[in-house]
Design a protein around this ligand. Structure first.
Ligand code: AMP
Ligand code: MG
Length: 482
């Protein structure tokens, strides 16, 4: 049976200056490394048909399936604080959109599919390691319940890509609510193209925030919705210990999904200053700075959208400021209600959280496992939680924690475990899976994906996946590999 993908491509219908229409560049030897069968089914695609040679050809970019209208999207972006008016998909091709079983429209995009008019000096390709890394981490985020793009497939190209060394090439098939970024708005703002800004806002409203269309000022309502979605998203990152690593405005979606897993990492030891990315020399995107950076990015979105908010510039600025001011309270509410679930508290308690994190940083404690230790001790008032470092250091805090829990209807240990993953994509596990894959052994990659697909439930026999890295296993730096 030939592969049939029911495309309906709304982005391709936007004016020509939104994109460049071109097909992916075929590769030497397409091979399917992995198909995400569950996701394929949810998208209304046939996993059996896609797991054959035709699927490999599609996911490597050698076969443009019927109904696809391949294109590279135009966008700009602030990278590490500096504006670049022209980025765009330099190594990605949007094949088209499908409407899933849930009625949601999603992009199907190939990443690593060859050069485009936006490639600048790049080769348009991706290496196997970063492709599998994005596969693992994006699927882990989805299983954790955090809004994210997904991985539908990874394909090998049979070609080498040259970074510091020759590496096997691969293509990731990414699925997203859309690929509209803050940088997409910035692209048209930089060109003074208000008509395109308006079209883009209308498009984003129809696709992501239809209720904003009912507002007296729809573009402003769209902006408010994005502020809220980003505030809640970053709160979820902070709760789970995720460091994005490259929060440039081109890596920040209008849908509120996490996108672009480059030098990202999960905290092992807790520290707000933690930075893993090899390119983040100044610590701009350190763990603890993420809420502030999200807010900075949203200010750039407001600047780009100003002409849509009001005709009068001063009035537009006032409206934007008022909308952006919602970021801090929205973030705080999401973060502290999440922390109350994680700590098993009847209500948010910012001071108890602050002191917990200060002690954790001091004791160099494992972020994920410390919450699980509290959950394990929650149901027995006499139990001493197995927190890192000296128990005496924790004793006064534990007394306050018990008292806070006793002051109302507190979640029990089981409810706390449902809010605290046992398994996260720990950096050393990801690295081990990738280096085995580079040696041709995909089993650690498969096992890791399987463990991470059910992160909140303890899986007997999988204890090693919950263990922090030993000294020699520690990953100190992550690379975007582009
Ligand atoms: P990223 O760091 O993946 O968010 O990419 C930032 C920008 O660089 C985007 O415009 C990408 O399309 C572009 N880019 C990254 N890697 C490559 C590559 N190998 N070839 C061409 N463009 C690339
Ligand atoms: Mg990017």
């Amino acid at each position: 049976m030939p592969v049939a993908i029911p495309f309906d491509n709304s982005y391709a219908r936007l004016p020509a200056r939104f994109h460049a229409k071109l097909a992916p560049t075929p590769v030497a030897r397409p091979g399917l490394i992995r198909l995400n069968r569950g996701l394929a089914e949810a998208l209304g695609l046939d996993p059996d048909a896609l797991s054959g040679p035709e699927g490999a050809a599609i996911f490597a970019g050698n076969l443009v399936p019927e109904g696809a209208e391949p294109l590279a999207q135009a966008y700009a972006g602030h990278q590490f604080g500096h504006f670049n008016p022209q980025l765009g998909d330099g190594r990605a091709i949007l094949l088209g959109e499908v409407i899933g079983a849930d009625g949601m429209r999603r992009d199907i995009q190939l990443k690593g599919s060859g050069r485009t008019p936006f490639s600048r000096g790049g080769d348009g390709r991706a290496a196997l390691g970063p492709v599998l890394r994005e596969y693992i981490v994006s699927e882990a985020m989805a299983a954790l319940g955090i809004p994210t793009t997904r991985a539908l497939a990874a394909a090998s190209t049979g070609e080498w890509v040259f970074r510091e060394e020759p590496l096997p090439g691969a293509v990731l098939t990414r699925v997203a609510a859309s690929h509209i970024r803050i940088g997409t708005f910035e692209y048209f703002a930089a060109r003074g193209d208000v008509e395109a800004l308006r079209l883009l806002a209308d498009y984003a409203i129809a696709r992501h925030w239809p209720q904003a269309g009912q507002d007296p000022n729809p573009p402003l309502a769209l902006y408010r919705a994005v502020v809220g979605a980003q505030a809640r998203l970053v709160a979820q990152w902070m709760l789970v210990g995720f460091i994005h690593g490259v929060m440039n405005t081109d890596n920040c979606t209008i849908s509120g999904e996490t996108i672009d897993y480059g030098p990202c990492a999960f905290l092992d030891e807790y520290h707000p200053d933690a930075v893993y990315s090899s390119i983040d020399h100044a610590g701009r995107y350190a763990f603890g700075r993420q809420p502030q950076i999200a807010q900075w990015n949203l200010a750039r979105l407001a600047e780009a959208m100003l002409p849509l908010f009001a005709e009068d510039a001063q009035q537009a600025i006032a409206l934007a400021k008022e909308a952006l001011a919602e970021f801090a309270p929205t973030f705080a509410a999401a973060y502290h209600s999440g922390m109350a679930r994680k700590l098993g508290l009847p209500r948010p308690d910012p001071e108890l959280v602050r002191d917990f994190l200060a002690l954790l940083a001091e004791q160099r404690g494992d972020y994920t496992n410390s919450f699980r230790a509290l959950a394990a001790a929650a149901d027995d008032p006499a139990a001493v939680p197995a927190l890192p470092g000296a128990p005496e250091a924790w004793a006064p805090w534990v007394v306050r924690w018990r008292a806070a829990r006793a002051s109302g209807q507190a979640p029990d240990g089981a409810a706390m475990r449902a809010a605290n993953p046992a398994y996260i994509p720990r950096n050393h596990l990801v690295e081990q899976a990738l280096s085995a894959a580079l040696q041709g052994d995909l089993r650690p990659f498969e096992t890791l994906l399987q463990v991470l697909s059910d992160p909140y439930r303890e899986q007997p026999g999988r204890e090693a996946f919950a263990r922090p890295p030993q000294r020699h296993e520690r990953v100190l730096q992550t690379f975007c590999g582009t």
